[in-house]
Design a protein around this ligand. Structure first.
Ligand code: C5P
Length: 277
């Protein structure tokens, strides 16, 4: 028996840094969504634990023991084996939670394979701040350092383009170079958005506090945002600590030329288009 679980890209539509804990981790307030663009985890029963990595973004990724997929498998059951295959389509270390999504999908696949319950959000936090949110793979308001998850009002349907300019951003460095760590959170109760223009209007008044320090580290991020606006995105911003940025479009209205135009102008960038789940 094989179980396959999709590991969708995580997108921070907003990311407010609202404080810092004594251990250095930052307190966040983030509206997080997932896209139908992502990796795949496939598990089959086996005596020993193993990991194989394939797919277009597998280059340079080694199945080291500290790989998040293997750490997730050991967290669920330290002694049990499984043969795991990760098909990597999301660029690594790019602000869209690839590693966290893979860890969460591994937990879901192995829990299903073995007929056991999923661990609680606090138990999986040690794998990464985004892993609790990725376990649900549905729109969520993420607070604390990622462990406090609250439902959000229904979101309008929308399409999304993800663009990564193929530069690496160091997440700890971006957090360390923040000018201010005590920024205001989102409003206590999120509004009920009427439609996509109401929603993107609201997004225009929110922030990703990591954008400015990420652009200092990798100025090309500003070019990505401009490129997304130039192809008509209703809203464009950076996800997580970057460098991946996203553009939002009305459902089905994304002109067929969005992807070709972007990839023609920027053949060296990673570009993917899809829907918000
Ligand atoms: O938990 P994760 O591995 O995604 O975090 C990577 C690094 O980003 C952490 O070591 C920390 O420096 C920084 N970070 C933070 N506050 C968060 C999440 C991450 O300072 N809430």
């Amino acid at each position: 028996m094989a179980i396959e679980v999709f590991a969708p890209a995580k997108i921070n539509l907003t990311l407010h840094v609202t404080g810092q804990r004594p251990d250095g981790y930052h307190l966040l307030d983030s509206l997080v969504v997932f896209a139908d663009i992502g990796d795949t985890i496939r598990v089959v029963p086996a005596a020993a634990l193993s990991l194989e990595i394939d797919g277009p973004e597998a280059v340079g990724l080694a199945a080291e023991p500290d790989n998040l997929v293997l750490r997730a498998a050991r967290l669920l059951a330290p002694e049990q084996g499984a043969a795991i295959t990760l098909t990597k389509r999301l660029p690594v270390a790019s602000g869209i939670g690839g590693g966290s999504a893979d860890a969460a999908a591994t937990l879901r696949a192995l829990a299903q394979l073995r007929g056991v319950a999923l661990p609680a959000p606090e138990q999986v936090l040690a794998l990464g701040a985004d892993v609790p949110g990725c376990l649900g793979s549905a729109p969520v308001r993420m607070r604390g350092i990622g462990e406090r998850l609250d439902p959000v009002p229904p979101l309008p349907a929308m399409d999304i383009v993800l663009v990564n300019p193929r530069v690496a951003v160091s997440t700890p460095t971006v957090f360390k170079s923040l000018a201010t760590r005590d920024n205001p959170p989102m409003q206590p109760v999120l509004p009920h958005w009427q439609d996509l223009s109401d929603f993107t209007g609201w997004l225009d008044r929110q922030r990703n506090d990591l954008t400015a320090p990420a652009i200092v580290q990798q100025p090309v991020i500003a070019d990505v945002l401009t490129a997304l606006r130039d192809v008509g995105a209703l809203f464009a911003a950076m996800s997580g600590s970057g460098a991946t940025c996203f553009g939002l479009f009305p459902p089905g209205a994304m002109p067929d030329r969005t992807y070709p135009t972007l990839s023609l102008r920027h053949p060296d960038w990673w570009i993917a288009q899809g829907k918000i789940l």
